[in-house]
Ligand binder design. Structure first.
Ligand code: IVH
Length: 705
């Protein structure tokens, strides 16, 4: 387990003044982390580090009782709800759980409960043990079986209203089955599965959007969206495990409640078991620990709860957590090793990323020899030096990271790490761009552009990758190999590879290289051939233009309809045509900075020749361009209620094709609302603002479908 900081004196050794000062400092630090974690979904430290801060804080309060409870943080759970959402008061507060970390503490927990209840040694006492899901808690309110409201935990007393977002989660029923209490507030965890998280991050990265640190942040970020259509596209799941206000409890045990939830049609976790004593709890903890890596979602421990609800009632709460439950946390998977070197990797757009080359070490069953160091500032902040002994951490599927330096083990004479100012691949200057606000970008970038071989290789990898040209058999390793051999240096080279390979007299046939045989070479050539016709949006995306992810590529494709049109306009803009610049700027969703990237790309002479070459072999398929003259062109349209002739996605795509802008909410600026049955507040708003409302059928008449 990670100690707060190796250099901190033990709590018992603190003078009252030092304790008071540290108490205040820790409270402020914890409060800051609470905001980063709960409101911004962007923690800056790991859970283990956060827990260590809290434990130190609590230890100080334990040793210096006069400080206990004097600062707000000691009672707070999470952070106050964000201003972005409407507030929901929790009728029953949403509290947190106490933690235990050692297997020995299980016995203590059971003994504490028995003592509190005055149970004799032979009196039976059952507990449930269930995985602690690493997501975010959410309260779902059902009235007469109908879903009416969802709220996040917020600070435990007041949460955020996320009803419309939760409605988009398929797994959460809008109507419960069977005989359900009139008022039932089910609570549980909203989470994202690991593979879905990875896929989402891949999409986000490709589109130049924010990538999430872990599935928990991805789930939180996805749920706390102001535009519920974004939430709808995110793969969110739910497990029900507790409750708030309930008009009549359907069972008198924890297990019975969970079973009742399952009967109502709510998802519940299948790994919940009933245990009779500390040994059985500990055994289940080990069992879940062993299956942890193979579960499709992240868990960070096991929760033990007294099964009998009457006993739960007697046990009650102590400050911020129930006496009848505790969370047995898995130790963070950390290990100590030596940092041999810091390698700087150069990405497709020139970003320099520091990677720790480590003395291989086993971290929770996986041998780790590389770990991320994030960026230049992170290295400075943690003062990480080559030769240092460092703590590495592996959490779930996330890339291993260097958490901290063990300063006591620093070799003598070590020097502060100097982040390179030039690109290690091409020697060009590497700079941190300054944004409009005057802030330096966290990322240092190589300015070598087209002359940088590292960028060239990464661009080729991107070009051939799955969401781009999708050339099977041409993965990262193969690209590196072909590049190194001088066989592929530009995208066009991929398409001439076969002809060059089959040229009479070629003594270096591909099939003679190690790792290649007749069949694999044939398959590779076939998959290259099959990509000579390519959807326009994918082709644009494949070019690897900075800031042009899949979404922007689609926007450009839809707007211009053909590659020639895009190229012509962007080139004109780069030569100073204001009209051309305005056309790109005005594409819905394409901002100034994105437009600039496009214009720069097409204005670059070298790119021109690369494209000329490439277009000899690849034909981007023209798309139906956005109609400028449709009856809804330039209008802002909102779809609401149930649509019967098309899905929401279809409706959106159709409207966009017709030049309309689709919005998720109705305001004064809305031009048209298309309302299906069951439309609610949006319809009401339309009436309030005097916005024209038509039915789905009328929509088809209007657009001539
Ligand atoms: S029971 C009164 N059960 O852990 C507390 N919580 O540290 C009721 N969590 O806020 C919570 N899995 O977000 C409970 N099976 C589980 C859980 C679980 C995850 C989360 C939840 C809670 C936090 C407490």
């Amino acid at each position: 387990m990670k100690k707060p900081e190796p250099s901190l004196p033990s709590v018992e050794d603190l003078t009252p003044e030092a304790a008071r000062a540290e108490h205040v400092r820790l409270a402020a630090e914890i409060a800051g982390h609470d905001i980063a974690y709960h409101q911004q979904d962007a923690p800056v430290i790991s859970d283990a580090e956060y827990d260590a801060l809290r434990r130190r804080f609590e230890a100080i309060e334990g040793a210096f009782p006069e400080l206990a409870g004097t600062l707000e943080t000691s009672k707070r759970i999470g952070a106050a709800p964000s201003e972005k959402f409407a507030k929901v008061q929790h009728v029953v507060p949403m509290l947190s759980l106490g933690n235990i970390f050692d297997i020995g503490e299980v016995e203590e927990f059971v003994a504490r409960v028995r003592r509190f209840l005055g149970l004799g040694p032979d009196a039976p006492l059952a507990f449930t043990a269930e995985p602690k899901i690493d997501g975010l808690s959410c309260a779902l309110r059902y009235v007469k079986g109908e879903f009416v409201q969802a709220a996040t935990r917020g600070d435990g007393f007041e949460g955020e209203d996320v009803t419309i977002n939760v409605r988009t989660i398929k797994e959460i029923p809008h109507r419960l089955k069977g005989a359900v209490p009139v008022v039932l507030e089910v609570r549980g965890e909203i989470y994202m599965k690991r593979d879905e998280f990875a896929a989402l991050n891949e999409r986000q990265a490709a589109e130049g959007e924010k990538v999430f640190a872990n599935p928990r942040n991805a789930a939180a970020g996805s749920l706390r969206q102001l535009d519920s259509t974004i939430t709808a596209k995110r793969p969110l799941h739910f497990f029900a495990y507790t409750w708030g206000e309930v008009s009549a409890l359907p069972a008198d045990t924890q297990k019975g409640m969970i079973e009742a939830f399952a009967e109502y049609g709510l998802p519940t976790n299948p790994l919940t078991v009933l245990c009779r004593n500390a040994e059985e709890l500990a055994a289940h903890f080990r069992k879940i620990g062993e299956s942890r890596a193979s579960l499709p979602y992240d868990i960070d421990g096991v929760v033990y709860k007294v099964n009998d609800l009457a006993l739960q009632g007697r046990l009650g709460f102590v400050s911020r957590s129930p006496r009848w439950a505790t969370a047995h946390k898995f130790p963070a998977e950390q290990a100590m090793t030596v940092l041999r070197d810091i390698e700087i990797q150069v990405g497709r757009t020139g970003a320099l990323t520091p990677v720790a080359k480590l003395e291989p070490v086993n971290v929770g069953g996986v041998v780790v020899s590389n770990a991320t160091l994030h960026n230049e500032d992170e290295i400075i902040r943690k003062d990480i030096r080559i030769g240092d002994t460092v703590i590495v951490q592996r959490a779930g599927d996330v890339i291993p990271q260097v958490v901290s330096v063990v300063e006591g083990k620093r070799p003598e004479g070590s020097k502060k790490y100097e982040f390179p100012r030039v690109c290690p691949a091409c020697g060009s200057a590497a700079v941190r761009e300054i944004d409009e606000k005057g802030d330096a970008d966290a990322v240092r970038r190589c300015t070598g552009g087209l002359i940088c071989p590292a960028q060239a290789v990464e661009r080729l990898k991107h070009f051939a990758s799955r969401n781009a040209m999708d050339i099977e058999g041409l993965g990262d390793k193969q690209i590196e190999f072909f590049y190194e051999k001088g066989l592929v240096r530009t995208p066009a080279d991929i398409f001439t590879l076969q002809a060059r390979d089959e040229e009479p007299g070629n003594l270096q046939r591909l099939r003679n290289y190690e790792g290649y045989g007749e069949t694999s070479v044939r398959n590779l050539f076939a998959s290259i051939q099959s990509r000579r016709e390519m959807a326009l949006n994918r082709f644009i995306f494949a070019l690897g233009i900075r800031r042009i992810g899949e979404t922007n590529a689609r926007r450009l494709a839809r707007h211009f309809g053909s590659f020639e049109a895009l190229r012509y306009t962007a080139r004109a803009a780069s030569q100073g045509s204001e009209e051309a610049r305005a056309e790109i700027d005005n594409i819905d969703g394409v901002g100034d900075i994105v437009a600039q990237s496009v214009i720069e790309f097409f204005g670059e002479a070298h790119n021109e020749s690369v494209l000329d070459e490439l277009l000899k072999y690849v034909t981007p398929q023209a798309m139906e361009a956005v109609k400028q003259d449709s009856p809804v062109a330039g209008k802002t349209v909102v779809f609401t209620g149930a649509l019967e002739r098309m899905t929401r996605d279809e409706a959106k795509a159709m409207a966009e094709r017709l030049g309309a802008k689709v919005s998720g909410s109705v305001s004064k600026k809305t031009d048209l609302v298309v309302a299906g049955p069951g439309a609610g507040s949006k319809l009401a708003n339309a009436e309030k603002f005097g916005v024209e409302v038509i039915s789905e059928d009328e929509w088809f008449v209007r657009v001539g479908g």
